[in-house]
Design a protein around this ligand. Sequence first.
Ligand code: F3S
Length: 284
Amino acid sequence: MNVIVAETAGFCFGVRRAVDTVYEQTERKRVVRPIYTCGPIIHNEEVVRDLESRGVSVLDEEEIEAASGGTVIIRSHGVGRRTCERLEEQGFQIVDATCPFVKKIHRIVQEESAKGRTIVIIGNAAHPEVKGIRGWCPERAYVVETPEEASELTLLAGTKLCIVSQTTFNYNKFQLLVEIILKKSYDSIVVNTICSATHERQAEARQLASKVDVMLVIGGKHSSNTQKLYEICRRECNSTYHIQTVRDLDPRWLEGKRSVGITAGASTPNHIIEEVHTNVRIKF
Ligand code: F3S
């Protein structure tokens, strides 16, 4: 059986960096305890539970004032300026694991706001990353997610805009929304801040699925990026299966097959991918 694991399967650079940062903190002797992550470090219950067993708790933003110091790690999505200030006011040591690509957006919105531009973020207003970006805009920032919202955006003619994007936003949709805004009589600059990690993972999964007999997509049941990966692979390979862990693997899927491809969603830890990989290699 030829088993190929996609190189881009699982954590992207920013998430891996943030998760590694938390584990590093747990191992350091001189860290101020208790250790918190500001929100769950990733959407993977198993990882959050494992961190809990090592003394790391999740601190929700609403709980900051009720807590009294320790170390808090900012996850890859980042947080707004005010959240950082509130953490400092409560006496927390902050370890910032915001993804550098998200940090770059924070810088852009600050600089362009200082130059008098109004910020428009293409993305989902409820997403923590977008909330964080918004939190670095000194003036009111607008969030646009749909063509209707783009059409409805009404500002004074000639308003100077700076349009940025949530890092995981779909590129085609971003272009469509930007086109709608550019048709209006504003003075706009557009900075494409979409991160290529998602696109690269999808492109590699598509390619891999097109050349194997069976494709396994590993990831949480409610993970939308895993679902998307599954759909992409299913179009290329009829025998595509979505599993959460090695326990979901049905041996019948692999009977008589010669090649298996494996990819995984953005919140799937390496050891789960490895476990599936080893299992397929050993048993088939
Ligand atoms: Fe990941 Fe950072 Fe890109 S968190 S998706 S590498 S913006």
